[in-house]
Write a protein that binds this ligand. Structure first.
Ligand code: NAD
Length: 433
């Protein structure tokens, strides 16, 4: 059993803290957001993540998990301090490290003895070293720095954490790496030990590589549309090759979310700062930026004109099983639909409250998918929620004014759509009508 403090109780900090508590450690999660901590202390989870509510409440009840705004107290009571604060994109694309340095300073000021300080947030190479210097300037007490980047995916975060494929541990001293490796023993995961710098780079390189797969298959999808091939068949055929693998090869409207857009931008910034070419990363980012608008052209093509048309947007979150709206395609596309004169009725099973913070346009929000599609001239699918994939297509057909579906996530087979009589335009496949 180790005593841990986790600074930053967002998607990563809350999941990490809960999972470490669940395997038997004593964990205090801290945040500067008092309302978040107040909610958590009442057993209310500020984000949507399957299974998290139960895990938090159970571990709180068993006395292994606590929440506080008192970072100094949490640091004093812990041997290992995890930093899991946000590293958002700043206007020039670089990672904004303000929260990292603020957290580091509050740790340093509270330290009274040796600590292991672990950066879990995604940070540019060199950040661990500069945090190390900053802490050393503010405390006489000894400490070791570790980089232990996070690879969880929102929507399956608990599973990703409890059955993690690997833990990357980069440390300034082997005694700290040993301690963090031991902490991971109950997860029975593969531990890969590196330098601090390599661990920081692994996270960016891994995300950029996955983003590359997505942009690659989207470019192929656009080519399939022009040449008569079907991208679903192409990606399946490619993925059967174990050197390629089938994951992250699904064509669609591109990547969004809190990580890939900002991490690819941050990597591009690191390249330019280091004087290294970033041609591939540039292309990945540009392809992705264009890809989300492909569905607008498809809608325009199907409807002729959007003025006065009612569009049901199905799915607002950047992906299923989360309420995270950061860099969600809906945030870019809904204002564009409204600007072209369309009336938007937006459905999402979970993310409506979050969506309202991100989308300023006057649109109708509903948690009832059939209310959204009633009298619509077209459906625009932006998130592949199970509820969307399993909707009653005969009912949908009978409710819509025009049976037009533009699917940015390839949720349905062409045969299914054809047999129900829809005009169906998806990504990288023939239009059914
Ligand atoms: P988040 O925005 O959900 O949470 C960050 C939290 O840190 C917020 O609650 C904020 O109030 C708190 N905070 C900020 N400054 C603080 C301070 N000085 N002291 C205490 N708390 C402070 O962010 P997130 O999505 O959990 O991401 C955190 C980091 O993990 C980022 O670097 C991100 O790139 C990385 N990451 C995220 C994911 C993901 O899927 N969300 C996956 C892997 C890695």
């Amino acid at each position: 059993m180790r005593r841990l403090a986790v600074i930053g109780t967002g998607y990563v900090g809350l999941v990490t803290g809960s999972c470490f508590a669940d395997i038997g450690n004593q964990v205090i999660c801290c945040d500067i957001d008092a309302s978040k901590i107040e909610k958590l202390n009442q057993g209310i989870i500020p984000i949507y993540e399957p299974g998290l509510q139960e895990m938090v409440v159970n571990n709180q009840a068993e006395g292994r998990l606590a929440f506080t705004t008192n970072i100094a107290e949490a640091v004093k009571q812990s041997d290992i301090i995890y930093i899991a604060v946000g590293t958002p994109m700043s206007p020039h694309g670089e990672a904004d490290l303000t929260y990292i340095y603020a957290a580091a300073k509050s740790i340093a000021e509270a330290m009274q003895d040796y600590k292991i300080i672990v950066i879990k947030s995604t940070v540019p190479v060199g950040t661990g070293r500069s945090v190390q210097m900053l802490i050393a300037e503010h405390t006489p007490h000894p400490f070791d720095m570790v980089s232990n980047p996070e690879f969880l995916r929102e929507g399956s975060a608990l599973k990703d954490c409890m059955s993690m494929e690997r833990a990357v541990i980069g440390a300034t001293h082997s005694r700290a790496a040993d301690a963090i490796e031991e902490l991971h023993a109950p997860f029975r995961t593969l531990v890969y030990r590196t330098s601090l710098e390599s661990a920081e780079m692994i996270k960016y390189a891994a995300n950029a590589f996955l983003a590359t797969k997505i942009s690659f298959i989207n470019e192929i999808a656009n080519l399939c549309e022009e040449t008569g091939a079907n991208v679903a068949e192409v990606s399946t055929g490619m993925g059967l090759d174990s050197r390629i693998g089938s994951q992250f090869l699904q064509a669609g409207i591109g990547y969004g979310g809190s990580c890939f857009p900002k991490d690819t931008e941050a990597l591009r910034f690191i390249c330019s700062k280091s004087g290294v070419s970033s041609r591939l990363i540039n292309a990945v980012i540009e392809t992705n930026a264009k890809q989300r608008y492909v569905v607008l052209n498809k809608l325009q093509h199907a409807l002729g004109n959007m003025q006065g048309r009612t569009i049901a947007v199905l799915g607002l979150a950047f992906k299923p099983n989360t309420d995270d709206m950061r860099y969600a395609p809906s945030v870019d596309l809904i204002p564009e639909l409204v600007a072209r004169g369309a009336h938007v009725k937006a459905y999402d099973p979970i993310a409506l409250d979050e969506a309202k913070k991100w989308i300023q346009e006057d649109i109708l929000y509903t948690q009832d998918m059939y209310e959204a599609v009633a009298d619509a001239d077209a459906c625009l699918i932006l998130t592949e929620w199970d509820q969307v994939k399993s909707m009653d297509l005969a009912r949908l057909y009978s409710l819509m004014r025009q049976a037009v579906i533009v699917d940015g996530r390839n949720c349905f087979s062409l045969d299914e759509m054809s047999s129900h009589g829809f005009y169906y335009s998806s990504i990288g496949r023939a239009v059914v009508h």
